[in-house]
Design a protein around this ligand. Structure first.
Ligand code: SF4
Ligand code: SF4
Length: 631
């Protein structure tokens, strides 16, 4: 997507946008003043798109240090009558929850839109999580678009609703919608500039004591009733019902498309009434009742949990007690994971006793076998994390004798691939920053362990854990793999990168300064591309007493190549006259640029992939690998 499209002020023009870009465009058309977020797949492109055009369009964008801060930034702007948006992946909302509940209770002033990008089937997450529950728990209305066009329109509407009802509004997307592309008709870009002012007299943010805040629960409940009334009449919810149908389905968000497609393929369109549900919380009960009161059988289609299904089942008890409800809870749809037209085809074929019109996934996989290159899960060529893990593992073997005598508690980021072959040197990972906390629990019961955490993750959620280890005298060893960017989600900068989200130079927050300020006495910074230097630092860390931190700093290899363009680093080569084919470089280090020439029985370097890091040359005991031109 080009920034040009994002800035195009030509209403009626059609653009091909990703779902995430469409959300960003919706915010721009709504006249957003402040946008913040924390990168995390599948949400990152929302911030990427906004960061490219923020300066040119005159709004503020930042990548915040974590999702809670991002939401607070958005709320601060909202309190001063500015429209604000905050985006995050589903688990990011767990971090932001503390303030979300208070925002709901206090209410907003400028429209505040919270985008939650959920990840059914956890394509790039530690777990599945359906954030509609969190929205309900915090009295936040939820809109669920099903196409990029809707993603844009619903975002715009979310700002209006938020402002009218003075509540934060969630736009919930899922991975497939976030990353699909579709035609989007652009609308006008709002140029409205509001005066930013805190409402000293008439509003509800000022410190007011618990009693008054408690009373806001009733206001909040009343507000939700009004929003429910809004949703009953909202034209984004589409009820298609002729009156003769005995079967109906309700589809929320993207899942509607799967059911609609399957109904069409099965040729049962005329027999099926449906409700395309855009507003999954609060449920428009009268609208739903019209459908469930008029049919005998109903299928509820949604991702991930039976959130709407549960409400529909409760409602059916009053409206149509004989209604047969199918969905996740009945077993007609799987209890977990994302849906697909195939899954819906199977479910509907079962309900209507028909043949499933779709090919099975296994058949499709069979058809493409051989045409798709199978790629092993591994670090990129030249990745400094591979060198860090290699040196760390060597140090543990030297000091402890056996790598399995130490539990390696990993964290969320590229270095989480430390568990993959051939390094196989990571035992746990959970959520942002957890590596430091769980290591402390292990150390207090006498289990030897190392925390392995990245730079972005440390800044996001690792610092309180490190302070805790110093304060509570937990003898932990922390390795911070600092590649100076949030590489995993698309190379977004962070506080340690020295530039802002919009590319402006800024003061670099140094991790070693933070570690020392937390009270850690033993802090070292090493370059992982220098294996000996890194290994020696890790040995000192392992032999030390008390909290010890080693920062392995080297810019992400892919980011380094991006910065070097159009030049490329000089690749390395294997000298065929020196290589003895021992495979040590492949079997212990495993850079994907290293290949095995079966005919010659020798290692070789794929010069197209090689990033020229030179680490493999330090591993080869024969000295067979050198920079191209030198061998
Ligand atoms: S120099 Fe060696 S380790 Fe580095 S990218 Fe090239 S092949 Fe891989
Ligand atoms: S390059 Fe070196 S480590 Fe790799 S197979 Fe040849 S001799 Fe062994």
């Amino acid at each position: 997507m080009s920034a040009r499209v994002m800035m195009m002020d030509e209403p009626g023009r059609v653009a091909l946008l990703m779902g995430n870009e469409a959300i960003a465009r919706g915010a721009i058309e709504a006249g957003v003043s402040v946008a913040a977020g924390y990168p995390g797949t599948p949400s990152s492109e929302i911030g990427d798109a906004l960061s490219q055009v923020a300066d040119a369009l005159g709004f503020y964008f930042e990548w915040s240090t974590n999702e809670k801060v991002a939401l607070e930034v958005a709320f601060g702007a909202s309190m001063c009558n500015q429209r604000s948006i905050v985006s995050m992946k589903h688990v990011g909302l767990n971090v932001a929850l503390d303030i979300l509940n208070l925002i709901s209770l206090r209410g907003v002033r400028g429209g505040l839109v919270l985008v939650s990008a959920d990840d059914p089937s956890q394509h790039s997450s530690g777990q599945e999580q359906d954030n509609r529950w969190l929205a309900k728990m915090n009295c936040v209305p939820v809109l669920e678009p099903s196409t990029p066009q809707e993603a844009k329109e619903y975002t715009r509407y979310a700002f209006e609703l938020s402002e009218r009802r003075r509540t934060p509004v969630m736009v919930r997307t899922v991975t497939r919608l976030s990353h699909m592309r579709g035609k989007v008709t652009l609308g006008p870009i709002s140029r409205e500039k509001r005066m930013a002012e805190f409402d000293w007299e008439g509003f509800s943010y000022r410190v007011s004591g618990f009693d008054r805040l408690f009373r806001r629960e009733k206001e909040l409940n009343d507000k939700l009733k009004l929003i429910q009334e809004d949703f009953e009449e909202l034209n984004l919810n589409l009820l298609k019902m002729g009156g003769d149908e005995r079967f109906g389905f309700i589809g929320a968000g993207l899942s509607f498309n799967y059911a609609h497609d399957a109904v069409r393929r099965l040729g049962i369109e005329k027999e099926a009434a449906y409700l395309k549900l855009a507003t999954s919380h609060p449920i428009p009960q009268r609208l739903v009742s019209r459908l469930i009161g008029g049919v005998d059988r109903l299928l509820v289609v949604e991702e991930v949990d039976p959130f709407v299904e549960l409400h529909v089942r409760a409602l059916a008890k009053e409206v149509n007690p004989k209604l047969e409800v199918y969905g996740r809870m009945s077993g007609h749809l799987p209890g977990e994971g994302e849906l697909s037209p195939q899954i819906l085809g199977e479910a509907l074929a079962r309900i209507f006793n028909l043949e499933n019109p779709y090919r099975r996934r296994s058949e499709l996989e069979e058809r493409v076998r051989g045409t798709i290159f199978e790629r092993m899960l591994t670090f990129c060529a030249g990745c400094p994390h591979r060198a860090t893990i290699y040196a760390l593992k060597s140090a543990v073997i030297k000091v402890r004798g056996d790598p399995r005598r130490v539990v390696v508690n990993g964290d969320i980021g590229c270095y989480g691939l430390a568990h993959t072959p051939p390094l196989n040197f990571e035992d746990t990972y959970f959520c942002m920053g957890a590596s430091i906390g769980v290591s402390q629990g292990m150390r207090h019961v006498g289990v030897d362990c190392i925390s392995l955490i990245g730079d972005g993750t440390f800044l996001h959620a690792g610092i309180p854990g490190l302070i805790n280890s110093v304060y509570n005298q937990a003898d932990i060893k922390v390795v911070i793999a600092d590649n100076q960017t949030i590489a995993m989600t698309g190379f977004q900068p962070h506080a340690g990168s020295g530039k802002t989200a919009t590319g402006k130079p800024t003061r670099r927050v140094l991790i070693e300064d933070i570690a020392r300020a937390c009270g850690v006495d033993q802090v070292e910074v090493v370059d992982p591309y220098n294996l000996r230097e890194a290994e020696e630092a890790f040995i000192r860390m392992l032999e030390s007493k008390g909290v010890s931190v080693v920062i392995a700093r080297r810019i992400c290899a892919t980011e380094a190549v991006r910065m070097l363009r159009p030049r490329r680093p000089t690749p390395y080569r294997v000298d065929e006259d020196v290589c003895i084919g021992c495979r040590l470089c492949l079997n212990t280090f495993g850079c994907p640029a290293l290949e095995w020439d079966g005919e010659k029985g020798l290692a070789s370097v794929n010069e197209t992939l090689c990033m020229g890091c030179g680490v493999c040359s330090q591993i080869c005991p024969q000295g067979a690998i050198g920079r191209a031109g030198a061998v």
